[in-house]
Design a binder for this molecule. Structure first.
Ligand SMILES: Cc1ncc(C[n+]2csc(CCOP(=O)(O)OP(=O)(O)O)c2C)c(N)n1
Length: 343
């Protein structure tokens, strides 16, 4: 399916309507991810930090909807597009920015950068530059939870491109055979780098999972629909019944990575109208939820304005913090790479 042609959903999923406080938290977390990434897009172009960033803009409802039903002790594995997962699971924006800026007080002491943000204390097992790298890690975390019988669940976020890696099948097989509390969350944005995924993918991804576990395909730009699906999967996993697969239909608004024009050298893999079709008020996960909150009488202009101001301030403070930080310790980098040797 060309995701750009997917039907525009008419309503926000209202199956399990959370209370006002929860809804405002969902909104403010999605907005934080959006604003933090818009800022990264801008500063990346200005060359303010080293390395590439792969932005999550357009997919915020997936990370936030799923993580909103997780506990801190639950595990997640992420992808190369990992900022949204990190922030949705409770990672600190300041620590993430410091990491992206290569600072000594970054969440991984500046050793990992954007593609390796991790915080085990929050259950974040890490972003990952290896496409499909999270499948076996999440399955292993779920296996650990099963052995300890501690009731934790492990969520594996992955893209439709990653679903073509063989380890996807192996991880689903083991999770199913051993009834592990693994939750596979496919973010189907229809794109794999500069390739339209459907041109390199046989069949429907959900059919691969259907052989092993309960599956659902939801509107990934509807935070409440994602959350409702996650609630079911988490309940099943916690009660020892085994894994689930949730496929979220969504779209990546920014390029595969910032500065993708340089890679494409004039080439194109999608059109401006296709991108614009996902940025309408009805489809954009953030503006759509914002108008929903208004319609439900959950947030007036003053409430939304306060959240927007708080988010803007948090982003501003995180930039100032990252810019003022000490550079990462290069000697430490060397000794971590070559154990026992001095630089
Ligand atoms: C093992 C491996 N193969 C190839 C790549 C290069 N690569 C980086 S992202 C990507 C496509 C990923 O697509 P998808 O999983 O759908 O995630 P999305 O970028 O859409 O979020 C590829 C092929 C890689 N990083 N790792």
């Amino acid at each position: 399916m060309n995701v750009a042609q997917a039907a525009i959903p008419q309503s926000i999923g209202a199956e399990a309507m959370p209370d006002k406080e929860t809804c405002l938290k969902l909104y403010s977390r999605m907005l934080l991810i959006r604003r933090a990434e818009e800022c990264l897009a801008r500063l990346s172009q200005e060359g303010k930090f080293p390395g590439a960033v792969h932005l999550y803009i357009g997919q915020e409802a997936v990370a936030v909807g799923i993580c909103s039903v997780l506990e801190i002790r639950d595990w997640i594995t992420s992808t190369h597009r990992g900022h949204g997962h990190f922030l949705a699971k409770g990672g600190e924006l300041k620590a993430m920015y410091a990491e992206i800026w290569g600072r000594a007080d970054g969440i991984c002491r500046g050793m990992g950068g954007s593609m390796h943000v991790a915080d085990f204390s929050k259950g974040i097992l890490g972003a990952n530059g290896i496409v499909g790298g999270g499948f076996a890690i999440a399955t292993g975390a779920a296996f650990g939870a099963k052995l300890r019988a501690d009731g934790r669940v492990a969520v594996c976020f992955f893209g439709d491109g990653a679903a073509n890696q063989g380890v996807f099948m192996e991880s689903m097989n083991v999770s199913s055979a051993w009834e592990l509390p693994t939750i596979f969350v496919c973010e189907n944005n229809g794109l794999s780098e500069f390739t339209i995924s459907s041109t390199v993918t046989g069949g429907a991804l959900v059919d691969r999972a259907r052989a092993f576990m309960p599956t659902t395909v939801v509107d990934g730009n509807d935070v409440l629909a994602v959350r409702a699906a996650a609630e079911k999967a988490v309940a099943r996993a916690r009660s020892g019944k085994g894994p689930s697969y949730i496929e979220c239909t969504t779209y990546r608004i920014r390029g595969h990575l910032e500065a993708e024009e340089a890679f494409l050298a004039g080439g194109k893999y999608r059109t401006a109208p296709e991108i614009a079709a996902w940025q309408t008020a009805e489809r954009d996960p953030v503006t759509r939820f914002e108008s929903f909150l208004g319609r439900q009488g959950m947030a007036d202009a003053a409430t939304l304005g306060k959240i927007q101001k708080d988010v803007a301030e948090a982003v501003e403070k995180a930039v100032a913090h990252a810019e003022a930080g000490e550079p990462a310790d290069t000697k430490l980098a060397y000794s971590l790479m070559f154990a026992g040797q001095e630089a």
